[in-house]
Design a protein around this ligand. Structure first.
Ligand code: DX5
Ligand code: ZN
Length: 216
């Protein structure tokens, strides 16, 4: 069983409410909210007021993908916003255990994202405390980039490392429907829905959305 997690970054930003309603009909596991600070990545996305508005409308859990340099600083405010999963980048901290502990102390589930060049082996000791690992299959920052194929090998390695653990493996970036299927075959269980598999070039739900929901 695998799941799609729609990236609200790829939605028409003027139609966020309608998009949330529509994608929730898919039975999504969680909504993927990209948070970008203009520093960790050269782009900006989703501030706290916008997330508060999404929380009011959405029934699904919110998964905050924190592309920011100081993940510790936003734990408390994001917990207060009603975010369920706090996914920080391994590359953004020298104290990943402390960040995980703080996330749990604030009532959220801890998740870690890895950039394409960061090896999965670094997570070995952290895995038991994680609800999800997001493997970036593009350099983070922008939707619409080409899927990096070495991700398949990373998925297989991570799935093997995880053993019986219930940790989810999520793939973020550049996954069209055939690529998503291949990620699943290699051991992933959540695919971020973006430009290639859920939204069209006008950033609205499209035929891809119908095809994807049939493929599920
Ligand atoms: C980019 C984001 C992704 C992005 C995925 O840094 O983390 O969530 O929106 O979009 P696609 O699937 O279009 O690459
Ligand atoms: Zn993301």
């Amino acid at each position: 069983m695998y799941h799609i997690s729609p990236s609200l970054l790829c939605a028409d930003q003027m139609e966020l409410r309608q998009t949330v309603v529509e994608v929730e009909k898919l039975g999504v596991d969680w909504l993927h909210i990209d948070v970008m600070d203009g520093n960790f990545v050269p782009n900006f996305a989703f501030g706290t007021d916008c997330i508060r508005a999404i929380r009011k409308e959405a029934k699904s859990p919110l998964y905050a993908h924190m592309m920011c340099t100081r993940p510790m600083e936003f734990i408390k405010p994001f917990a207060e916003l009603g975010v369920d999963y706090y996914c920080f980048h391994y590359e953004a901290t020298v104290n990943p255990f402390r960040v995980c502990q703080e996330i749990e102390k604030n009532g959220m589930k801890a998740a870690i994202a890895l950039n394409p060049s960061t090896p999965v082996e670094l997570l070995e000791d952290l895995l038991p405390g994680l609800s999800c690992v997001t493997l970036m299959s593009i350099e983070p920052g922008f939707s619409g980039q080409k899927f990096l194929t070495h991700t398949y090998k990373k998925i297989r390695k991570l799935r093997k490392m995880a053993g019986d653990s219930p940790v989810r493996i999520e793939i973020d970036g550049g996954a069209d429907i055939p690529i998503s299927m291949k990620c699943i075959e290699n051991g992933a269980d959540v695919i971020v829905g973006g430009y290639f598999n859920l939204f069209d070039s006008a950033y609205s739900l499209s035929d891809k959305y119908r095809a994807y929901s049939q493929a599920l």
